[in-house]
Design a protein around this ligand. Structure first.
Ligand code: EPU
Length: 416
């Protein structure tokens, strides 16, 4: 079991380079089942989730390799086993996005049903409903989704909520369907735009029509491509939160501020100065931030993934803030860990009230998931004594060289 030990640090200074977006590469890898041949992806982070997604592709009959840092090559043969086994889906829920592309290409797919997780219940009803609308017959049996369709037919899909995963599954199914598909109330995160760019490069016809409608003209076949991933906006937010908590002045090389307008605005209200620069993004934070209320929403709203980072920042800011979670009902579990570190946070349903303290106090705590794990590590930068974060494997799922990057900014952190 990996643990990270963090001690009070700051002010942080220097430059950190952001890696490619985890939530983009996982979907692009799923899209490689749409056409045989060799794919070459650049700016791919070396993280556990990418390794697991590669394992899933290999289990289906593909080959993957890492010829150089940041590069991932996928060789897809003509025939694949269109199945995602329990052992792999259970490790990583995002593997459910192979359902749409497998069905579109092979006319059948068998994918294990993902279970719940630390965010609470995470249903896939909208994924299945979207595929049914495209003409798939879907059965749930023995813990698996079994989907069939001779050829999917384009249709109008209306999502009840702009779910990222359901939008992606529907897009990857529709690109090979007969006729035109319209997805209303679609998600529009930068990772969705990256997936659309990847699919279009493969020969698909995907258009953004208006703010939340995606139109797709189905084509007969697609071809493999080379593609460079967008930077990870949640990783960028993590280093912004680090400097927000510890104070200092840093540069985040490779960041795309245009993917995170609202967060930059919010952090500005808290007292940080952030601006685009040649390398990416420059940020400066005073010794202590001011509290502001935050509320999560689908993109372009404030991402739910930023929230644990914001709660960690608010727990050492000056003042009281109300934090509202509108995406995942159970996404406050890490608060108990922050409270063990002396944070004054009360949760009630979808809300948390955070009363900022000048200092937290170092304690043994757990990483419940990727972002919650990062948040408690960052809180440790402003906690007297030593904070030991166990179950740090969760952090490795989504962050490339997390400890090294933070140390590069002057943080006192080590892996044990
Ligand atoms: N939902 C349903 N039914 C569905 C699908 C979703 O009710 O069929 C609900 C969910 O329970 C949730 C809401 O809709 O309440 C939004 O879920 P969404 O489908 O958008 O999430 P996701 O696709 O499962 C992705 C990211 C998450 C990120 C959310 C933000 C990946 C691999 N994961 O999850 O990222 O928090 O979008 O909406 O892209 C992370 O990176 O650590 C992470 C958890």
């Amino acid at each position: 079991m990996a643990a990270l030990v963090v001690r009070p640090s700051g002010p942080l200074e220097g430059s950190v380079t952001v890696s490619g977006a985890k939530n983009s590469v996982l979907k692009l890898l799923a899209a490689t089942v749409l056409a045989p041949g060799r794919y070459r992806l650049h700016n791919v982070p070396d993280i556990a989730d990418v390794a697991w997604m590669s394992d899933l592709l290999v289990a289906m009959g593909m080959q993957t390799s890492r010829p150089s840092p940041g590069e991932l090559v996928v060789d897809a043969p003509d025939e694949l086993v269109p199945e995602a086994p329990y052992e792999l889906v259970e490790k990583m829920r995002a593997s459910i996005v192979v359902l749409g592309p497998l069905l579109a290409r092979f006319g059948r797919a068998r994918v294990s049903l993902p279970g719940g997780d630390d965010f609470g219940s995470r249903p896939i009803d909208m994924h299945l409903e979207a595929l049914r609308t495209l003409g798939a017959s879907i059965e749930l049996a023995h813990g698996f989704v079994e989907a069939r369709a001779d050829r999917l037919r384009g249709a109008r899909i209306g999502l009840d909520f702009p779910s990222v995963g359901a939008t992606e599954n529907a897009m990857m199914a529709a690109v090979l369907a007969e006729g035109t598909t319209v997805i209303d109330n679609a998600a529009r995160e930068p990772e969705i735009v990256d997936l659309a760019a990847f699919l279009n490069r493969m020969g698909a016809v995907v258009r953004f029509a208006g703010s939340s409608t995606i139109e797709i003209d189905g084509v007969r076949e697609l071809h493999p491509v080379e593609h460079t991933l967008i930077p990870d906006r949640i990783e960028t937010a993590t280093y912004l939160a680090a400097v927000g908590i510890a104070g200092g002045e840093i540069t985040i090389a490779g960041a795309r501020p245009d993917h995170m307008d609202l967060l930059v605005h919010k952090l500005g209200q808290m007292g940080m100065r952030i601006s685009p620069c040649n390398e990416g993004l420059w940020a400066m934070a005073p010794r202590r931030l001011s509290a502001v209320d935050v509320s999560t929403l689908p993109y372009p709203g404030l991402a739910t993934d930023y929230k644990p980072l914001l709660v960690a920042m608010l727990s050492v800011a000056d003042g009281v803030a109300i934090v509202t979670e509108n995406i995942f009902s159970g996404r406050f579990r890490y608060v108990d860990e922050l409270v063990r570190m002396g944070a004054d946070v009360r949760t009630d349903g979808h809300h948390a009230i955070v009363r900022g303290r000048e200092w937290l106090s170092g304690a043994p705590v757990r990483a419940h998931d990727i972002r919650a794990g990062a948040a408690v590590v960052l809180a440790g930068l402003r906690a007297q004594g030593e904070t030991t974060v166990t179950d740090a494997e969760h952090i490795d799922r989504g962050y490339e060289r997390f400890v090294e990057k933070l140390r590069g900014l002057g943080a006192d952190i080590e892996r044990t």
